[in-house]
Design a protein around this ligand. Structure first.
Ligand code: UD1
Ligand code: UDP
Length: 362
């Protein structure tokens, strides 16, 4: 079985690392079938601390194709990726195209493959924020619809698809759990401290969502709240390049207790997750990782795709309003939820993907 994996943004490197490892493990077991994986890096993320570091730390096989497409408007980026991925797929003629999540790289891969009648497997399918202003929501909906098999991490993802009528479509739906849990289980023993000098006791924050960075009121509200909270407990914030750009543009002042550092590798991130007291983020992936590492999460958004975290009291939506964020921090810094709940599988999500792709390869 031949798979072309299309990745390009930071969270996709992390997710695909777990699946690439499962492919290597499967091939080592010599079960009579061999899985060949060819990796295409679209180039969407390109700084070494947004890309290379994950390939190095997580043993991701070297991409055979690097398309170097980045820094463009959504249409131009997706369009150029579509054109270049099509050429790769015509050369490689794989059984499957494997795509992850909801970025422009995901949608370009799904469109290129489906138009060539190549089967598409979408990992992290069925998630919805119900906010069509998010570029990710558009990418998810369109990607799911042209896929052949949808790997859903949660029950709510499956329910979303059912409500959209997927039962009436010739699309296979599999609940496989979360490949990010697999990744955290594979690598957490190798966690290492970032090189910067950091406080021993801290909160961990990340911000990068377009709806926060591109709106000066939202970004100012969030940073005003982080400045206030950091007076009580220092905050470590690995800064996404997009956010760095907007902090400078809006001339936002940062408290000295807000330790803004460059984006870190996955192993450093695991260290920060293991050692922080709480997570404040607008990241999709980090909301789940907070749960994996038993940390309460304040989500700096108005909605989330990971609704089970909210429903079970592990996460609260605080948006971008100063008072709401500070009040939630003051309330939740004293809470100690019991995190022993199976929401995202048991670390075998990647293996289930391989087994199903083999099963549905004709
Ligand atoms: C993208 C995804 C988002 C995902 C995020 C993960 C889309 C629509 N968005 O958002 O869903 O959560 O990745 O991090 O696909 N930049 C650099 N260096 C890099 C990468 C980006 O400087 O290595 C800067 C560039 O100025 C670029 C901007 O960040 O224009 C935004 O990058 P882009 O890939 O367009 O979107 P993200 O905000 O990273
Ligand atoms: N991450 C990382 N270094 C950082 C920030 C995040 O390794 O400096 C990891 C994080 O632990 C998670 C993933 O990147 O595994 C989340 O990606 P991101 O927040 O960029 O995207 P999203 O999940 O929101 O799509």
């Amino acid at each position: 079985m031949k798979i072309v994996t299309i990745i390009g943004a930071r969270p996709q490197f992390i997710k695909s690392a777990a699946v690439s490892q499962a492919i290597i493990d499967f091939n080592t077991e010599n079960l009579g079938e061999t899985v060949e994986e060819i990796i295409v890096h679209t180039g969407q993320h390109y700084d070494s601390n947004m890309s290379d570091v994950f390939f190095d730390q997580m043993n991701i096989p070297k991409p055979k194709y690097h398309l170097d497409i980045n820094g463009l408007s959504h249409g131009a980026m997706t369009g150029q990726m579509l054109e270049e991925i099509e050429k790769v797929l015509q050369t490689e003629t794989p059984d499957w195209v494997l795509i992850y999540g909801d970025t422009n790289s995901t949608l370009a891969g799904a469109l290129a493959a489906s138009k060539l009648h190549i089967k598409v497997a979408h990992v992290e399918a069925g998630l919805r924020s119900f906010n069509m202003n998010m570029p990710e929501e558009v990418n998810r909906i369109l990607t799911d619809r042209v896929s052949t098999i949808l790997f859903c991490p949660t029950d709510s993802a499956i329910e979303n698809l059912e409500k959209e009528g997927y039962k009436n479509l010739d699309i296979t739906i599999v609940k496989n759990g979360d490949v990010m849990l697999d990744a955290s289980m594979l690598f957490s023993a190798f966690a290492k401290a970032p090189s910067e000098k950091l406080p021993n006791s801290f909160l961990l924050a990340t911000i990068h969502r377009a709806e926060n960075t591109d709106d000066p009121n939202r970004l100012k509200g969030i940073f005003k709240a982080l400045n206030t909270i950091s007076e009580e407990k220092p905050i470590v914030l690995p800064l996404h390049p997009r956010t760095k750009k907007y902090i400078e543009k809006y001339n936002i002042q940062l408290s000295p207790n807000l330790f803004c550092i460059d984006p870190v590798g996955y192993l450093e991130m695991l260290f920060l997750l293991q050692n922080c007291d709480m997570v404040l983020t607008d990241s999709g992936g980090l909301q789940k990782e907070a749960f994996f590492f038993e940390k309460f999460c304040l989500t700096l958004r108005d909605e989330t795709e990971w609704v089970e975290l909210i429903e079970n009291g592990f996460n609260v939506l605080v948006g971008a309003d100063y008072n709401t964020i500070v009040d939630a921090y003051n309330e939740k810094s004293r809470s100690t939820p019991n995190f022993s709940m199976d929401l995202y599988g048991n670390g075998a999500a990647s293996r289930i993907i391989i087994e199903n792709l083999l099963k549905f390869t004709i």
